[in-house]
Design a protein around this ligand. Structure first.
Ligand code: BT5
Length: 338
């Protein structure tokens, strides 16, 4: 993982590191000789040795087998483009990945890259954030080494009014990956919380740049508490919070979680671009914690109480109130009553 300003030679070095890991993985734990590595990578034996040392410094366990070569014994749970993209089955989301060790907010970094022309599906990941953003100027706790802080740049061919539909893309993909990678059963609370056993384990924050008629880009910000420990949560959180590790009772590999997330985001996004909102809306409704429930929605200037009947074309929550009217709520904090 690099800082925000990579070393001048970092791109080339990282590419060689990535290739070495690919070769090791292709051998399924078998030994590869230094000579073969040097030939396949077209670098000297000394350079091979330096790259192996650099990988060891990153936490990879590479064993030197006397007079035979090297063997990859285990990999650390760090998020690097090389680790994430090897064998990743995606068409758009995750075809370009940038990982930094620390940044203010991955959403801010992603917006900057999008302004500079970053492609549809570019993913930005940070090991830690020093001013992670929640909604309405709130802060997102982002300690290093334990969680996922990720922003995805999308350029869907849609009108700005439909942009909120894509909040459901990240919600559905995060829920699916929690199931796949941690074996837990998550539910989605409108609009942007993912809960496991009633605790918030992930938060989503979408940002958009648009003209009147068309979206220029969207940034889907995704924060998932993967291995965060109880002692790392502040006392004054708005909603009871937890992490996948706490709820599962064991650590969850960040790498496999993130790979599952990118594949899920990609398949739903490709389908959204081809077939529109309907399949995504249904996938969201299937996992919704609020569908059919009595809720109170605090929308800053008013509170709406009633039974949730669904979500509409632009992602507004449809609530049937006691007087029989159906209210459309575009933004707010939901409390589930019963
Ligand atoms: C959210 O806001 O839930 C959206 C969080 C989005 C974070 C991601 S991380 C990657 C990307 N880059 C960013 O800068 N942001 C996105 P909201 O519903 O407003 O919830 C924020 C509130 O949740 C805070 O005021 C705290 O009370 C609480 N909170 C803060 N950190 C938390 C954490 N790690 N886990 C659970 N709750 C947290």
């Amino acid at each position: 993982m690099s800082g925000e300003s990579p070393r001048p030679d970092a791109g080339g070095s990282r590419e060689i590191d990535r290739k070495i890991l690919e070769i090791f993985r292709g051998r399924g734990g078998g030994v590869v000789s230094g000579e073969e590595l040097s030939r396949l990578l077209t670098v000297s034996r000394t350079a091979v040795w330096k790259h192996i040392k650099a990988l060891k410094d990153l936490g990879y366990r590479v064993e030197a087998v006397p007079s035979r070569g090297y063997r990859l014994v285990s990999s650390p749970d760090i998020l690097t483009p090389a680790e994430l993209s090897t064998g990743l089955n995606v068409k758009i989301v995750g075809t370009s990945i940038l990982c930094v060790s620390e940044t203010e907010s991955t959403n801010i970094l992603a917006c900057r890259l999008a302004e500079e022309g970053a492609a549809d599906g570019t993913v930005v990941i940070a090991d830690s954030q020093n001013r992670g953003k929640g909604r309405l100027g709130r802060l997102w706790e982002s300690p290093a080494g334990v969680n996922l802080y990720c922003s995805v740049i999308l350029r869907p061919p849609i009108m700005p009014i439909h942009a909120s539909q894509l909040t459901f893309l990240s919600a559905v993909a995060v829920a699916e990956s929690i199931e796949r990678a941690a074996g837990l059963i998550p539910v989605i609370k409108w609009p942007n919380d993912i809960l496991v056993n009633g605790f918030k384990v992930a938060g989503l924050l979408n940002e958009m740049s648009a003209e009147m008629e068309r979206v220029d880009y969207l940034v889907l910000g995704i924060g998932v508490n993967i291995n965060m420990q109880r002692s790392q949560f502040p006392d004054d959180l708005r909603h009871p919070a937890s992490s996948l590790a706490i709820e599962a009772g064991h650590g969850v590999e960040r790498l496999s979680f993130t790979r599952a997330l990118l594949e899920s985001l990609d398949s739903h996004y490709v389908r959204y671009c081809a077939e529109g909102y309907a399949p995504l809306r249904q996938a969201w409704l299937d996992r919704s914690a609020v569908m059919g429930r009595r809720v109170r929605v605090n929308c800053q200037e008013r509170e709406v109480s009633g039974t949730v009947e669904g979500i509409d074309e632009i992602g507004a929550l449809l609530v049937r109130t006691a007087d029989g009217n159906q209210e459309r709520v575009l933004a707010g904090d939901v409390t589930i009553d019963e």
